[in-house]
Design a protein around this ligand. Sequence first.
Ligand SMILES: C[S@@+](CC[C@H](N)C(=O)[O-])C[C@H]1O[C@@H](n2cnc3c(N)ncnc32)[C@H](O)[C@@H]1O
Length: 214
Amino acid sequence: MLFNHAPEKFWNLISSKYAASPIADRSAYETKITRLKTYLTPDMSVLDIGCATGTQCGDIASNVKQVTGIDISSKLLAIAEKRMAERNLTNVELLRTSIFDKTFQPGSLDVVMAFFVLHFFEDIDAVFKRVHELLKPGGIFISETACLGNKNKLMGGLLRSAGRLGLLPKINLLTTQQLEQSLARAGFSIVEKTRFSERSDAEFTLVAQKALSE
Ligand SMILES: C[S@@+](CC[C@H](N)C(=O)[O-])C[C@H]1O[C@@H](n2cnc3c(N)ncnc32)[C@H](O)[C@@H]1O
């Protein structure tokens, strides 16, 4: 099966395996979530792009008013629905849609999160522009991205070729610098840049803010 024009098929196919795999560095994950909660208040509306099985949506749900998790994979979203029900979380909405969905209102969100999904977008400037548009003034964008452009060129080349051939979804070989420059072009200021894990494959968690007035 080829995935370059249908990435949702890839994610649906691996959904059970993905859902069963544990978080790579649990202690670093918990430190990160605790830290991210310092940006959240009970009146906030949050959007999680690429929510998959809803791990982060569920982990922050009791700290905010409402969480919307979006994803392209119906199978991962079905697992997320089940997990939210098991956790008795009633303020998490899960939708199979895209960040560019016109029903999302400009200036309506307090926080947008994007964990390990931005490298699946070809036009990162367009994504950041849209996130900026959806956030309220002073709103926060939290992201963690596999920056394969920072890493081993051979591995990056192989992944790019696999994407071109359709064996994997297409991967954008981003660098941390590209992400930061693109965030600045969209009008964000970086307020925090932390690597929560000591693992060699750990990525930076970037927290960026939309200006209070423009
Ligand atoms: C590596 S997983 C990350 C899941 C989760 N955010 C996490 O950190 O555990 C990437 C997820 O992004 C989703 N995805 C890929 N392209 C997407 C897009 N254009 N819009 C929304 N979700 C997307 C996939 O279906 C998958 O669930």
